[in-house]
Design a binder for this molecule. Structure first.
Ligand code: SF4
Length: 152
């Protein structure tokens, strides 16, 4: 399937807004202790996989490209493909998606209540609509499409 190229200006604006959403989330007075516990990265064990809006996927794809990778790595263990199999860390931790930040990781304090972050979710949905996305999608397919639509 041929992917629509996103004009540079639109892409830049969308990535800036995703960055702003993540920054605003980090300022929320909600106590969490994500210290790269990585419990939530093991999808096969948790039975849960984050869903990404298009802006989040592009933001994560940009970060993955910055590591020199052009394709989504494979992870044979059923963990997140962005969890590096050699060193066991997230390849894009600083650019990880919203779901990884509002994690369902019990060890890090459990999930945020939806009402605590609903305004930020709405902003991500607005970015998604601006980019002609189709709502939040499974991390793997969202990332493959985002990587395919990036030119740099
Ligand atoms: S993107 Fe990073 S933090 Fe999120 S599940 Fe994958 S490896 Fe874990």
């Amino acid at each position: 399937m041929k992917r629509r190229r996103i004009p540079d200006q639109d892409l830049r604006r969308a990535l800036d807004e995703v960055r702003a959403v993540y920054a605003d989330l980090s300022l929320r007075p909600i106590e969490r202790n994500c210290v790269r516990v990585k419990e939530c990265c093991h999808f096969k064990l948790t039975g849960r996989t984050p869903h990404l809006t298009k802006g989040e996927a592009l933001f994560a794809a940009k970060a993955l490209r910055a590591t020199g990778r052009t394709q989504l790595p494979e992870n044979a263990t059923g963990a997140c493909p962005l969890l590096d199999s050699s060193h066991g860390n997230c390849l894009i931790y600083d650019s990880r998606p919203f779901g990884c930040r509002t994690h369902f990781c019990a060890a890090a304090g459990g999930p945020y209540a939806r009402r605590e972050v609903i305004d930020l979710i709405r902003r991500l949905e607005t970015i998604d609509a601006t980019l002609a996305g189709s709502g939040a999608r499974l991390l793997q397919s969202a990332m493959i499409d985002a990587l395919g639509s990036l030119t740099t």
